[in-house]
Write a protein that binds this ligand. Structure first.
Ligand SMILES: Cc1ncc(COP(=O)(O)O)c(C=O)c1O
Length: 410
């Protein structure tokens, strides 16, 4: 029973000087969005309204940003890697990113001026695919390391982009260290990692800014749908770069009216939840196999930059067993009559599973009250990936609901 428990804690960590919040300022994100818009493959991903589900769950609105459609890559992650790679190239040429969009980056003269480089990264799948795709688009090489247990479909997707890929006998966090070591032995190399550490901050900040395009689109689409702002945003976390980016952007955009940011993790890798539980402002690390089907969330070491933003601006941290995500996948695949279906993978659907548990499971009543979720609430979810593991996706959405009884905690 313990393993199928949703655990949560409200954010009572001490506030810091908030030195990273400016990274996600809307003025910065406007530049990032203009960069992404310069790609011929760019299109806004849909913001899907689940009107009937909202009503049934007792909410005022429920919206899912469907990142399956991002650049045809089945996940949001390319937003970060593409922006960080482009910024490295612009820096090397002494140019401004505002004048270095897709047309310039693919121009023969600029390519000849920059020459060739190799971009290294470690990934559970989606970030590496984005880096490999962007490197290929810009005529560069990519080397991608993947953790033990990586499924073949995710490996193949990266290899297909022309990158050199390996599955290591190590978890994600160790793969990051190995990617850096390999880059250190390679001429003209860049590490494009979606997490930061002391002395390695520029690329991860740009990756976070890259995710800002998604947050900006969603805010704009919500306004177009007649809602000034969401009241609650559920955002899933692996290393937390995504969650920090979303929290930081919305805090900057909405100011004191910022929605409640709910950070959602896989219980096998719930480093943010554990850090928030300790409530002393120190990061807690989860080690070992990080065994969860939510592969994108299987990271045990928080990015200290995004952690700082979350420490100051997240409302709540939640640790979820796999069955919560499975429930979300099924609910999005087989929606209530009148609502559109969303193809959402393991790391994408956990927010949907969680809002359903919070609004319907008596064991989650205390969490519902703590978050003040009711019929006036407008909840924004991010389905950050589609069926990136198609076999497991089919198995889950065609299965009967598994037993996922929750115990009240906090
Ligand atoms: C589909 C998906 N969702 C969410 C995340 C979490 O992002 P982050 O590691 O920045 O917390 C990832 C990370 O790879 C992912 O692939």
């Amino acid at each position: 029973m313990g393993e199928s428990t949703i655990k949560w804690v409200m954010n009572r960590m001490p506030r810091t000087e908030d030195t990273w919040l400016h990274t996600m300022h809307p003025d910065e994100i406007r530049k990032v969005r203009a960069f992404h818009e310069s790609f011929p493959q760019y299109a806004k991903t849909p913001l899907v309204p689940l009107r009937h589900a909202a009503k049934t769950l007792g909410l005022g609105g429920l919206f899912v940003k469907d990142e399956r459609h991002r650049f045809g890559l089945n996940a949001f992650k390319v937003l970060g890697g593409s922006y960080a790679i482009a910024c490295e190239i612009a820096d090397a040429l002494g140019r401004d990113i505002e004048s270095t969009g897709y047309a310039e980056l693919t121009d023969e003269r600029l390519r000849a001026e920059f020459g060739g480089a190799t971009f290294f990264t470690a990934t559970d799948g989606n970030h590496g695919r984005g880096v490999a795709w962007a490197a290929r688009q810009l005529g560069q090489k990519a080397v991608v390391l993947m953790p033990a247990g990586t499924v073949k479909s995710r490996y193949d997707n990266i290899a297909r982009e022309g990158a050199r890929v390996s599955i290591e006998d190590a978890n994600y966090d160790e793969c990051v260290r190995r990617a850096c070591a390999l880059a250190g032995q390679t001429q003209r190399s860049f590490v494009i990692q979606d997490t930061a550490w002391a002395g390695y901050e520029k690329a991860p900040c740009r990756i976070m800014q890259g995710y800002g395009t998604m947050a900006e689109e969603a805010a704009q689409q919500l306004r177009e749908a007649g809602f000034d702002r969401p009241t609650h945003v559920f955002i899933q976390a692996g290393v937390g770069s995504l969650a920090g980016a979303v929290a930081g952007y919305y805090r900057n955009l909405y100011g004191q009216d910022c929605p409640k940011i709910v950070v959602v993790e896989a219980d096998a890798a719930d480093c943010h939840y554990r850090s928030a539980l300790a409530a002393d402002g120190q990061i807690r690390i989860v080690t070992g196999d990080l065994d969860t089907m939510m592969a994108g969330l299987a990271c045990g070491e928080p990015n200290p930059i995004s952690f700082d933003i979350l420490q100051n601006h997240a409302a709540c941290f939640v640790s979820c067993p796999d069955c919560v995500s499975a429930d979300g996948m099924r609910a999005l695949a087989h929606p209530q009559e009148g609502d559109p279906a969303v193809v959402s993978g393991e790391s994408g659907a956990v927010g949907m599973g969680l809002i359903r548990a919070i609004m319907t499971d008596p064991a989650c009543a205390a969490l519902r009250d703590a978050l003040m979720l009711d019929e006036s609430s407008v909840v924004l979810l991010f389905s950050t990936e589609g069926d990136t593991d198609p076999e497991n996706y089919r198995r889950i959405v065609n299965a009967l609901p598994a037993d996922c009884k929750n115990q009240p905690t906090d």
